[in-house]
Design a protein around this ligand. Structure first.
Ligand SMILES: [Fe+2]
Length: 442
């Protein structure tokens, strides 16, 4: 929670007071709304619900209820100003620390919100997710750069020689989790899914590959698009990822206030689901399903079980994945060999969110917890699932079971994709096919 708070303060402290209250895009809240909303959720769930205290400002609930007012209308609300919001954030936190000091967070605690400290984990993830949203607001904001971070490491020596795709063997695996203490309701419960063998891109699709799609007239040929996608491309006049523009013969992009040539070896970013889907069809491939993605990221064929991360059960380190806003861009394709999955696929965690072919749906046995608005109200065909997290995702919300979802037209999120294809007869049909999966965890 302290890590999240440092990030919140850095993201809101980097801009002027005017920028804090301004709306930088109708898709986003003013940053000062996110700031007070973070505190309001903390007050609701930690101070009042878990702590059993009366709370500080119940009168603010309606202003910071994300379901009551759409983002576009939030600037018109009588919101707390920057100084008031910062004071509110600090007051809530001091009560939270008192609740934490007194709480029994042992695993056998009967109150489910407190067992294993779930509600503290939930709020840390919530704040980090708003930090990611605020990072997207920074990207949409016009003006000179205000954020700074070191460049990601250069691609390793073997990156250029990696096979373009890896084989994920067929057979059942354990999807979802019943053992992660801080997993959110939509990741539960663990269940067996039989996934036939398939080929998956070794790395996310790069800008260089995506430029070939653009140069081949991909945006002008309806053959590659679903009917809805084609209508959307026409209506919006899309011809490249968001934040890209032409400078003579070259494509440049705007990234947190910097305008720079599009780097060919970096995973493509700021494409919507329709663009990812069209590229895949143009390439003679398809997007992976959500269960294919999770199998590639978690299943260990040698051990016969699902792990927490592609590299094993250890928490992510800087050698595994580009997470935590450590850098302000994806790392070159082929980076992080220490974070590779058993199949050899790299960068499944971190760098860019990856669009999947799947709609957001509940797992068998789903139960809403702690409230329906966390996930349940979003289930259905209007949302597509994204997996794997991006450079702006914190490790607390980066486990390989974590599910994200958004409308197929959205591009301001830090999303890219990789593609897949079915394996041929006999490919990847390991003896494993007849074995039962060994569950998850150690
Ligand atoms: Fe929220």
């Amino acid at each position: 929670m302290e890590r999240a708070r440092r990030r919140t303060m850095a993201l809101t402290g980097a801009v002027t007071e005017d920028d804090l209250v301004a709306q930088h895009s109708p898709l986003m809240s003013p940053l000062v709304w996110d700031l007070a909303h973070i505190a309001n959720q903390e007050e609701l769930w930690l101070v009042r619900e878990a702590g059993g205290r009366p709370g500080l400002r119940p009168d603010l609930d309606h202003l910071y209820d994300a379901f009551r007012t759409p983002r576009a209308d939030r600037p018109a609300l009588p919101l707390l100003g920057p100084a008031e919001a910062r004071a509110y954030v600090a007051e809530v936190r001091s009560q939270t620390l008192e609740v934490l000091a007194a709480a029994d967070t042992s695993p056998d605690q009967q109150e489910r919100l407190l067992a294993d400290g779930f509600v503290f984990g939930m709020l840390a993830q919530h704040e980090q997710q708003h930090d990611e949203t605020m990072l997207a607001t920074h990207q949409l904001r016009q003006g000179p750069p205000v954020l700074d971070a070191p460049e990601p490491p250069q691609a390793p020596a073997d990156a250029a020689a990696l096979p373009p795709e890896v084989l994920v063997p067929g057979g059942p695996f354990t999807m979802g989790t019943s053992t992660e203490a801080w997993a959110l309701d939509n990741e539960l419960p663990a269940h067996t899914v039989d996934v036939p063998a398939f080929w998956l891109d070794t790395t996310p699709v790069t800008n260089g590959a995506y430029l070939e799609f653009i140069a081949a007239g991909g945006y002008r040929d309806p053959a590659w698009w679903t009917p809805e996608g084609w209508r959307h491309v026409q209506e919006e006049g899309l011809e490249a990822p968001q934040f890209w523009s032409r400078d003579g013969e070259t494509w440049v992009r705007r990234r947190f206030g910097h305008v720079e040539p599009v780097p060919a070896d970096e995973p493509v970013l700021h494409v919507c689901w329709y663009e990812a889907d069209a590229y895949a069809r143009w390439a003679g491939r398809r997007l992976p399903t959500e269960s294919e993605w999770e199998k590639a990221a978690r299943h260990d064929p040698a051990g016969g079980r699902s792990r927490r991360y592609p590299w094993g059960d250890a928490d992510p380190g800087p050698e595994h994945a580009n997470l935590g806003q450590r850098h302000l861009r994806p790392a070159p394709a082929g980076s992080y060999p220490a974070g590779a999955a058993p199949s050899g696929a790299r960068q499944l965690i971190g760098d860019v969110w990856e669009w999947t072919a799947s709609d957001f749906a509940p797992y068998p046995g789903f139960e809403a917890f702690p409230y329906k608005e966390y996930s349940e109200v979003f289930f259905g065909p209007e949302y597509k699932v994204l997996r794997g997290g991006a450079f702006g995702v914190d490790e607390v919300a980066s486990r390989a079971t974590f599910r994200n979802w958004d409308y197929p037209i959205r591009r301001q999120i830090f999303a890219g994709f990789r593609t897949a294809r079915d394996a041929g007869p006999g490919e990847g049909a390991a003896a494993e096919h007849t074995r039962r999966p060994g569950g998850e965890g150690a």
